[in-house]
Write a protein that binds this ligand. Structure first.
Ligand SMILES: [Fe+2]
Ligand SMILES: [Fe+2]
Length: 262
């Protein structure tokens, strides 16, 4: 089974890039399943029914998310309706909207998707519990021996690397998200678990994580609050990782799929 993992899709330019690129990429690379991080899908803050539909039309099969998913106006609708296919990090308490794990079974395959969030952020996620123990709990519940993909949404590189080694042999792939910067370390760890520290993003290339660079420069230089503006036109970046997993859940191949679209 070949699974494409797409980094955080940022705003309008991110969606446009996925719509233009993904259908041909699926053919070219014989992709069976596509997972994308949707936390910045709609105007950079959360996702909406319309933007999720747009991405499903383009070929995304399931969505993970992170800290920003709760900022969207339709958060209840998209997280509570399983038909929207959006996970939020599983290590939030049970009374937080949505769910953090799914197991999809069809005639052709069985696939588990787990979404987790790290604890070290500029604004730490309120209520998030220990990511390692939550992963243990979920894996004990759903079992192993079939393809399982984990999205660890985290700012902290060492936390992602440590989690990947911790889960090696129990899941097929551990993919980091959130920083919007793709890392070059995609590799297969011991016991055939694929890993990358960060998938990156799909969105404006000439920006700081998708936001107008001048706003972030001002925000970094002065203590004044800044209103974020997401770059809507220009060159786009597409960051993803393609993993090939056997039916026992072992990762047999991992490759970065990165494109710059002028
Ligand atoms: Fe993000
Ligand atoms: Fe995030």
């Amino acid at each position: 089974m070949k699974i494409l993992l797409i980094g955080d899709i940022v705003s309008r330019l991110g969606r446009k890039t996925v719509s233009e690129l993904l259908p041909s990429l699926k053919d070219e690379l014989s992709i069976d399943f596509v997972i994308a991080n949707a936390e910045n899908l709609a105007g950079g803050r959360g996702a909406t029914v319309e933007t999720l539909d747009e991405m499903m039309q383009a070929g995304v099969d399931y969505f993970t998310s992170g800290d920003h998913i709760f900022w969207g106006e339709e958060v209840e609708e998209i997280l509570e309706d399983e038909g929207m296919r959006v996970l939020r990090p599983a290590n939030f308490p049970n009374d937080v909207l949505g769910r953090g794990c799914t197991v999809i079974e069809t005639d052709d395959y069985k696939l588990g998707i787990i979404n987790l969030i790290g604890k070290t952020f500029e604004t730490p996620p309120v209520g998030a519990t220990d990511v390692f123990r939550k992963a243990d709990e979920i894996i004990e519940d759903i079992g192993t021996g079939f393809p399982i993909v984990v999205d660890i949404h985290s700012e902290f590189t060492s936390e992602k690397v440590a989690l990947a080694y911790y889960l090696a042999g129990r899941v097929s792939m551990v993919a980091g998200t959130h920083t919007h910067v793709g890392t070059i370390d995609a590799r297969i760890l011991e016991n055939k678990t694929g890993f990358v520290t960060d998938l990156g993003m799909v969105g404006p290339y000439d920006s700081v994580i998708g936001v107008d660079k001048n706003i972030i420069i001002q925000k970094s230089k002065y203590p004044y609050p800044q209103k974020f503006e997401w770059v809507k036109t220009g060159t786009a970046v597409f960051n993803a990782v393609l993993v090939e997993v056997d039916n026992k859940g072992k990762c047999v191949q991992i490759d970065r799929v990165d494109r710059i679209i002028p």
